[in-house]
Design a protein around this ligand. Structure first.
Ligand SMILES: [Ca+2]
Ligand SMILES: [Ca+2]
Length: 296
């Protein structure tokens, strides 16, 4: 019986015979025929052939995609870039020491006291994050973010920026921190024109992770607005002598950290009430002022 006339060896018998000779060479006197080239060697060849084919196919697809969209510029579609703001945090805390990696370059040294001496440190000096909603876009292009900085400007519609329905903004005050002192601790200025009630929910945080919310429980038509921003008319303007840091005369909506059992806060988030809509249903932010600062 020659090699071709013998039946193929079983896998177990083939392995046994392979110890005595090379794959692909029949053992004289064996009752079966060893698979030419051996099973293992043929598998290895198939693996070697598949890898370069897959790479060539992947590179071909990537090349075709790039050639189809060579002029696509994502930065042009990013409102954060247009407003001169840094990219949104990734939420990644690579070294596990709290906060996100992007925040850490901005984290103040705890041994350095906040600079509260400047009058500007009582008002918004930086936009940490934002997202505009639909419906209204007043001053989003030309006024944001600088219109939100500094003191309120009563009756000046150019000093406010619409958040859009459901939109939000997170603000901070250079190195200053809001603390729970006597009475109201900060004021949110929204409404420069009488008879417009456009409501938002106000929250505070020290780390941008844990937020404490003032209960904005307003219904569509009031009259009980709860602890919402956007109710009180703005009275103060740099030209009229009304103190923007005095809650009894400044106007706007004052908030007391004691009402939500918070001792201090570095960030304020203001978010339009998405469920309240209509002509007067979108919040326009003018300014935020710290009444009780850590080192006034
Ligand atoms: Ca207080
Ligand atoms: Ca709304």
């Amino acid at each position: 019986m020659n090699a071709i006339e013998r039946p193929p060896c079983t896998r177990a018998l083939e392995r046994s015979l392979a110890r005595k000779t090379l794959f692909g060479r029949d053992v004289p006197g064996a009752s079966c025929h060893i698979h030419p080239g051996g099973r293992r060697s043929s598998r290895r060849k198939r693996r070697k052939l598949r890898t370069p084919r897959a790479l060539v196919l992947l590179l071909t697809i990537l090349s075709a995609c790039y050639e189809s969209y060579p002029l696509l510029d994502f930065e042009d579609e990013d409102p954060r870039a247009d407003a001169g703001l840094p990219p949104r945090d990734s939420g990644v805390d690579g070294d596990g020491n709290g906060g996100t990696d992007e925040d850490e370059t901005d984290t103040p040294d705890p041994d350095t006291p906040p600079d509260c001496a400047k009058a500007s440190a009582r008002f918004i000096t930086n936009i940490v994050d934002f997202e505009f909603g639909p419906g209204q876009n007043h001053n989003q292009e030309s006024g944001f973010p600088h219109a939100l900085y500094g003191p309120p400007r009563a009756n000046d519609t150019n000093s406010v920026v619409s958040l859009g329905n459901g939109g939000f903004v997170i603000v901070e005050f250079e190195n200053n921190i809001i603390v729970d002192g006597p009475g109201p601790d900060f004021i949110v200025f929204e409404n420069p024109v009488p008879h417009f009630v456009e409501l938002a929910t106000v929250s505070v945080s020290n780390d941008l992770i844990t937020w404490h919310e003032f209960p904005c429980t307003a219904a569509q038509d009031g009259p009980d607005y709860g602890s919402c921003a956007g109710v009180g008319i703005v009275r103060s303007h740099p030209d009229n002598g009304i103190d923007p840091l005095d809650p009894t005369v400044a106007g706007g909506d004052a908030f007391d950290l004691a009402d939500i059992n918070v001792a201090e806060a570095r960030y304020v988030r203001i978010q339009d009430r998405e469920d309240l809509v209509g002509p007067a249903g979108v919040f326009d932010l003018d300014a935020v002022a710290i009444v009780n600062a850590r080192c006034p």
